[in-house]
Design a binder for this molecule. Structure first.
Ligand code: TZP
Ligand code: MG
Length: 241
């Protein structure tokens, strides 16, 4: 835990919903204990409602869950975020909304995940204030350097491997870039893109704090069991010191 995080325990304002993990919380510790960042992508067509998926993920021990919806953001999506935020935070988890700082704020999410074409992190920080988490996607060393200096709480890097899930993905960065980015920042590093139960341990060994996964979590018939197996596989792998 950094001194900033330790200080932060005292900085949490009284207005924070009980149990909400804020940016001053030890995200590194959360990832150390549960290094799987689950993304619920509405386009990945999970054969169950998002709420059911969240319950399964939480039972399995997943702590950080993102809602990703690339289509028009209707009221029903917003309501879904409100429900998921409550459920995840009551269980001590971290709920992150992809792309939309406004939805993250109004739904009571712990934070937002921004891409290179979303709101600039500085503007999102101004909008969300100091207590929400901001995650930021990067795809090159230069972007990661800028992210390291930006007001963001974790850096995502990818796609590490080829992915079927993202439309027009950036070029594959490989494990080498994960290691390079690790060496330039102490911020939590989340690797994404084509990560499977088989290759996930190598991603932590390259220096990531966590792996973000969409499709391979849906590979089996039982999401809870799949998430448990993922976490178990990640525990057995070695990590970069
Ligand atoms: N950003 C980079 S790759 C990717 C995103 C959102 C998709 C990851 O999905 P999958 O199915 O885990 O490869
Ligand atoms: Mg985005």
């Amino acid at each position: 835990m950094t001194s900033d995080e330790q200080d932060g325990e005292n900085k949490r304002p009284d207005s924070s919903p009980p149990g909400l993990v804020t940016r001053h919380s030890p995200l590194v510790t959360i990832f150390f204990n549960a290094p799987l960042y689950a993304i619920l992508d509405t386009a990945a067509n999970p054969p169950f409602p998002a709420e059911t998926a969240v319950e399964a993920l939480l039972r399995a021990g997943v702590r950080v869950i993102q809602y990703r919806h690339k289509g028009p953001f209707r009221r029903a999506h917003f309501q879904e975020c409100v429900t998921l935020a409550r459920k995840i935070h009551e269980a001590g988890g971290v709920f992150v909304v992809n792309d939309r700082a406004d939805v993250a704020d109004l739904s009571g999410a712990a934070g937002v995940h921004l891409g290179q074409e979303d709101l600039p992190p500085e503007k999102a920080r101004r909008f969300l204030g100091e207590d929400r988490l901001i995650g930021y996607s990067t795809h090159t060393l230069d972007q990661a350097r800028l992210a390291a200096a930006a007001p963001v709480d974790y850096i995502a890097i990818g796609p590490v491997f080829p992915t079927q899930t993202k439309m027009n993905p950036d070029p594959v960065v490989g494990l080498a870039l994960v290691s390079e980015v690790r060496s330039l920042t102490n911020k939590p590093l989340v690797a994404i893109g084509g990560i499977t139960m088989e290759n996930a341990p190598s991603v932590l060994a390259a220096g990531a704090d966590a792996v973000a996964v969409i499709r391979d979590l849906l590979a089996g018939p039982d999401l809870e069991e799949r998430a448990r197996q993922f976490l178990a596989a990640l525990k057995t792998g070695s990590r970069k010191p």
